[in-house]
Design a protein around this ligand. Structure first.
Ligand code: NAP
Length: 251
């Protein structure tokens, strides 16, 4: 028995990185997966790779900051599948800047994707999640919601919002048997972090600070997401799961 058999899943920003790894992991465990991304080629390629491995996936082009795209995304899922069991709000961007130089345009951009995008997808997806009678949402927060480095204050603020929203939503959606949890990854090797992971000096410093002495992989996060998405976590809601090799426990 696969852990996500008969489940319908949607992962935003799943064309690459952590989102792609989660979509792949879910499909491997039997879920039918919708891969939403800004980039059509990445969404298509990720879906094709899942299909080649024997899984079921559909590419969707959707910008989570665009209400029409989000409505169209859910319309497609409704017409093909009728309901949704698992929504992963993964799409996110990273902007590094000194706080005093963060102009309104930059702040709006990061808030639009990382926080308003999560709010929009969680709100607009409610009817389909409720229709499944066994739904769950997994939001991608970050250890930066609680532990800070310089120049990431705007990003950190959005992730603090994602953690807080997840707990608040867990309460609101519980009567409909929709669980809401969140992941707090540490330093994971993806496009988003390549400025650090590919820089030998910064990379060594980050690995030295990490008790398990390596960067995380997208699969490390995907395995945690699989647990939260599965019925093994049926009594877990409003919780954050940190996936960081121990970096957030150090001083
Ligand atoms: P990534 O490799 O940059 O992938 C992010 C994906 O989201 C990309 O495919 C990107 O598409 C897509 N995306 C960006 N804006 C979008 C939008 N408006 N609508 C739809 N899709 C959009 O990043 P990642 O490292 O996998 O991160 C995934 C999530 O984990 C993010 O929320 C991030 O904040 C969180 N996280 C990552 C780390 C880490 O160390 N990597 C740590 C903590 C938390 P394009 O490539 O076309 O822009």
């Amino acid at each position: 028995m696969q852990r996500l058999e008969n489940k319908i899943a949607l992962v935003t920003g799943a064309g690459q990185g952590i989102g792609q790894a989660m979509a792949t992991q879910f499909a491997r465990e039997g879920a039918e997966v919708y891969i939403a991304d800004l980039d059509e080629t990445n969404a298509r390629t990720a879906s094709e790779q899942i299909a080649e491995a024997g899984g079921s996936a559909h590419p969707l082009v959707a910008d989570v900051t665009n209400p029409d795209d989000v409505a169209a995304m859910y319309e497609q899922i409704k017409s093909k599948s009728g309901h949704l069991n698992i929504l992963v709000n993964n799409a996110g961007i990273h902007i590094r800047t000194d706080f005093r130089h963060a102009d309104d345009e930059t702040v709006d951009k990061v808030f639009d994707v990382n926080l308003r995008g999560v709010i929009r997808c969680a709100r607009e997806g409610f009817d389909l999640l409720r229709a499944s009678e066994n739904g769950c949402i997994i939001n991608l927060s970050s250890i930066m919601a609680e532990n800070h480095v310089r120049q990431l204050s705007i990003y950190a603020t959005t992730k603090g919002g994602v953690s807080s929203l997840s707990r608040a939503l867990a309460l609101e959606y519980a009567p409909y048997n929709i669980r809401v949890n969140y992941l707090l990854p540490g330093f994971i090797d993806t496009e988003l972090t390549k400025r650090f992971t590919k820089n030998p000096v910064i990379s060594k410093e980050l690995i030295d600070r990490t008790p398990l002495r390596r960067f995380g992989t997208p699969d490390d996060v995907a395995k945690a997401a699989l647990y939260l998405a599965s019925d093994d976590a049926a009594f877990i809601t409003g919780m954050g799961l940190t996936v960081d090799g121990g970096v957030s426990i150090t001083v």
